[in-house]
Structure formats: C-alpha cells, structure tokens
Design a protein around this ligand. Sequence first.
Ligand code: ATP
Ligand code: ZN
Length: 715
Amino acid sequence: MFSLPSTVQPQVTVPLSHLISAFHSPKPVSVPVNTSVSQNKHRDVVPEHEAPSSEPTLNLRDLGLSELKIGQIDQLVENLLPGFCKGRSVSPHWHTSHVSAQSFFENKYGHLDMFSTLRSSCLFRQHPRTLQSICSDLQAWPVFIQSRGFKTLKSRTRRLQSTSERLAETQNVAPSFVKGFLLRDRGSDVENLDKLMKTKNIPEAHQDAFKTGFAEGFLKAQALTQKTNDSLRRTRLILFVIVLLGIYGLLKNPFLSVRFRTTTGLDSAVDPVQMKNVTFEHVKGVEEAKQELQEVVEFLKNPQKFTVLGGKLPKGILLVGPPGTGKTLLARAVAGEADVPFYYASGSEFDEMFVGVGASRIRNLFREAKANAPCVIFIDELDSVGGKRIESPMHPYSRQTINQLLAEMDGFKPNEGVIIIGATNFPEALDNALIRPGRFDMQVTVPRPDVKGRTEILKWYLNKIKFDKSVDPEIIARGTVGFSGAELENLVNQAALKAAVDGKEMVTMKELEFSKDKILMGPERRSVEIDNKNKTITAYHESGHAVIAYYTKDAMPINKATIMPRGPTLGHVSLLPENDRWNETRAQLLAQMDVSMGGRVAEELIFGTDHITTGASSDFDNATKIAKRMVTKFGMSEKLGVMTYSDTGKLSPETQSAIEQEIRILLRESYERAKHILKTHAKEHKNLAEALLTYETLDAKEIQIVLEGKKLEVR
Ligand SMILES: Nc1ncnc2c1ncn2[C@@H]1O[C@H](COP(=O)(O)OP(=O)(O)OP(=O)(O)O)[C@@H](O)[C@H]1O
Ligand SMILES: [Zn+2]
C-alpha cells in the first residue's frame, strides 16, 4: 500500500504515460477490484489501442506500485496538484492506453509545432483539469516521449537528479539507484526498483513510504515540468510578439521603409492630386508668368491638337523666383486649369544618403505619371536634386539621382502629355544638362510683385476677411516694397488676428499698418519703459527726419512717424514711394541721404554737440551706402568719373583715398543741407516733436496738419 504522508518528498520521476498505462494495465495481478473493472472495460472496447503502441507499456506491478489504489493516487494528485482531480473519477469513456499527442505534427515529429502551441496554449489551460486531460497535455511534451525526448529528459533528469540526490542522502537512499533509474532503460529500471528494494533490504514497513515517495516524486516532477513548460510557452509567446513588433518597427524605420516603399512602388510622392480648385484666378500679380503658362494649359487640355500641327511643346518648365512668390501655386493652377492630375515632389525627397533610393523614387514618380497622362509633375526645390553634379560627401548619390531624372525626361515623347514643372530660387545652381533644350528648356520668371501686383494680392486676401471700407490696399502695397505674395498674405492674416485681439469687428488701416511694421521691424515693445529725456530726444530725432522729408523736393512722401519702440528701434519715420522705383535719380539719392541726416542734425541743433546720441548710427549706415554706391557704381562723382570700382580693397591707395574723400564730401554736404532745412523750419520741427510726444504716432495727414501750423483734432 502506498501511504501518502504529506511530508514525503518527491524523489524520482517516470514518464506519466507509464503511470497511466499502469492504471489501465490489461494484466492486473493484485489490483483492487474497482481498478480492474475499469481496466477490463477498457480492454473490451478498444483492445487494438494496446497492440500498436510503440511506447513501452508498464503496469503498476512493473513499477512496483501494484498496491497503489486509484483513490490513493487521487489523493496524492490532489495534495500535490490541487484542483487537478476536482470532479474526476476514472472516466468510463477514457479508454486509451496509448495517449496520443494533441496533433498529428506532434505525433509525427515528437515535439510541438511552435505555432500551434502559441495558437492553442490558452485554450489548453481552460480545459477541465482531469487527470486524463493533464496526461494528454503532458504527453505532448517531448520530455515524456522517451524515444525522442532524450536530450530534454536528460537535462531535466539532471535537475531532478540533484534534488533526488540531496533527498536520497538525507533519507538514506543510495544515489546510485536514483541515477541508474533515471538514466538507464525503463524496463530494467523498473526491475531495478524491485531488486533494489530487495537488495537494499528496505524494511517492509518502509517500502510503502518508499513507493509513495516514488509516486509523489513523479507527480511533483510533473507539476514542476508543467510549470516550466507553461513558462516556456509564455516566454515563447512573448518572444514571438517581440519579434513581430521588432519586424513592424523595422519596417517603420525611415531607412527600411524608404526601401520598402520604393521597391513596392507605394511611395507617397507618387500620389496624384486633382487640382480642380486651384486656377489662375487664385494667382495674383504675376500676369506675365500666367500668360506664358497658358499655352501649357492648352496643350494639357488637348495634346493631339498640338501634335497634329507638328507643334512641339517643352517637356520641362522651370519656374524661377524668390521664395513665396507663388511658383507652387502657379504649377497647381496649371494642373487645375487643365483639370489633370498633379504630382507633387520636393527635390529634397530625392536627396537620399542611400544608394539608389533617390533614383528609384524618380523612376516611380515618372512611371505613375506616364500611366496617368496627361498630367503635371511638379518638382519643388529642383536645385536640391538637380544641382551641379559635384562629388560631395553630404550627397554621395546625387549624381545617380540627376542622371535618373535626365534619363526619365529623355525617356518620354513630347506628345505623351506629361509636363514637368520645376521650381527653384537658384537657377544658377542647376546642372547645365538639366536646362538644355529637351529638358527644362522653358524658363518662366516669377518675380516679387510690383505695387500693382501687391495691391491685387492684398485685395484678394482682404476679400477673405472682414475689412473696413476706409482700407486702401494701395497704401499698404506702396509701403511693402519687396514683399512676396506669401508675405502679403501673412500681413493680412496678422491684421485680422490683431483686430480680433483688440475686439474689433473689422480690419482697418490701423491693423494693416500695425502688421506691416511688425513684419518689417519686429513687434512693438510697449512694455519698455523709456524715460522722458530719451522720449524727447527720440521725438526730435524722428521729427527731424520727417521735416527734411517734407521740405525736400525729391524725397519720398512721408507715410508715418512714431516714437513707439519696435524691434531694435526707439522710433521711426516711414516714407512711401508713389510707385515702385525702377530707377533712381541723383537728386532722389541725395534727398534720401538728407533725410537720413535729419535725425542727428536735429539732436545737435536742439540738445547741443555734447548731447548727440548713438541713435543715428543706422541713419549714417544708410547715407554712407548711398554715397558709396553713387561714387563707385553709378558714376555720379565728378572727380572719379564714369567708372565702376567693384573691389575697392584691391584698388591703389590713391584711388581708395580719392573714393573715401568723395564719399565724405557727399555726406558732409548732405549734413549741411539738412542742417539748413531744420534751422529754417525750427518752429515746425518743434511742433512736430511735441505732437509726437503727445500722440506717439502720427500718419501722413496729421504730420501735414502739424507742419502747416494747424491744430490737431483731439483723438
Ligand atoms: N502671386 C500670388 N498670388 C496669391 N497668393 C500667393 C501668391 N504668391 C504666394 N501666394 C501665397 O503664398 C503661398 C506660398 O506660395 P508658394 O508656395 O506658391 O510660393 P513658392 O514660390 O513656391 O515658394 P518657395 O520657393 O518657397 O517654394 C501660396 O500658397 C499663396 O497662399
Ligand atoms: Zn534716425
């Protein structure tokens, strides 16, 4: 009899299938009745199961456990693996002596298919844990299949062996027996068990304990193995998930994804956009460019019409102009007018560190475009892909990319209906091969808008917001020389924001002027505390500029004077050209110099030579630049004649000193003229300075009222 004291420690292990076989042995010798009944039943129903089993079948007697009762085994199992036996009774339909693995794969190969393990591991754990189901589970583990799980068994044995050894020592059981049992052939091991009991003269009284220990050890080992295998499965599952995540992450990696996208043709650069909503109507102030592009639109609308007549249109059009002047907008408008797909690509997208990636993207782009002709391909920042083919460590494969672009452009016929529009701010940086006939052979300049263009652009964007009737876009346009379309759009937007912040319902000239100054000179610095003395100096300085501008015939009309600090300045006077000046006369240049001098002259006249300030430095910069250009570039000096002096550093010392002298004379004469005007109009100067101290900012009309000696209406 197995007595199952809970203190008995596990000692050795045998394959569970042996134990199962033992339960259902067809040769019960001294097995109690209840066991033999179920075994007989089993034999009656499925006798064929026993014969083909390749697994050594052992019975309780073989194991020396013939006196072990089912109830005892249950109790043992329940003690060691609580819950395993819950509700278990020897199932009447548990009739197999050969325990098959869960799948064909396992039966065939002797180990688990990793994927099926992962798929089914959860389900397994949810099965009712009858001994049979546990056995089935355990059966699947290679360690329990003697013929195939040798390695695992050995390693596991080693682990258990060490436990057994320790226990054997403490319980006076020879370690050699344990080793022998585990490592040798099962049949002889079982014999050894019986023999050992005899040879070691284990007393009868201890034999039960020995057997119980034997069985308990087996079951504990099963539990241990199950745990190990569970955690092994879990680890495998976690590893599998990590590997999957890793693969996903790698594909998301820019380098790999670029390769992936390009090789699969999924590059985002080749997604066309239908440009119906953008037309020439949306592009203002660049009439010439629009006219030149009109014929391209006609061609895209009806390519056959052109080819029938033998006409040949350029393959590539190069839009050249400063940033923000509407090149992209124009290209979109071409596609929109013709109602064809628009393929946008930025040159920098092709500028790849990796060999072949840029070239491959170009190939993809052209392949897609040709398949969807007629269409427009727009390559922004063409200089970054089509720059001169220099060897640079920064762009090691740029040569390949340009060559690919050239090859693609040569690769389709003019009548295929694909128009390539490139845009650049630096046409001089482009590779010569790109701009020869047959490639980008048509150049369209998109300049900064003139005053008329600026007015149109301002009107266009003003119409998108609420603005007061008093707003005169032309005045703003006159004060925004050199602004691009994008900057004008920004100006209107900033004015709208300012009006909203101030709680106004409409945008007025004030907000527009405000945002113009902000863009030109930086934000207002209202928080800056300027003392009265400095405020007074600034007021006289600024009104000095204004008075000179007002009384000098060729000076530009005044737009505004202010002593409000903004950006790096404490105040300023803005002048408005009536029109964009394409040329300037000598008188106009001298007038500009005089106006610049006005600030310092005012300081000197009002506060004395000892109290002049540093505030005039930028005025002198400006005046000196004009004087220098008059002498060295415009041939406006009698002494130095009609000659240009580009690199003054390389000139002879005599010429250099002659130039310097001429510049100095021009500046001194200018200073004297300014002084004369301010002395003559000292009263007006004073009135204007006081008005500025009172009102901070005065517009053109108010300045005129003050200078005419009239009283300003209280604001
Ligand atoms: N002539 C214009 N008419 C109307 N809007 C314009 C004009 N020029 C620029 N804009 C506005 O400025 C925005 C930017 O212009 P766009 O991108 O076309 O300039 P770009 O010349 O292509 O600049 P970049 O050289 O920096 O690429 C446009 O979306 C448009 O809102
Ligand atoms: Zn000044």
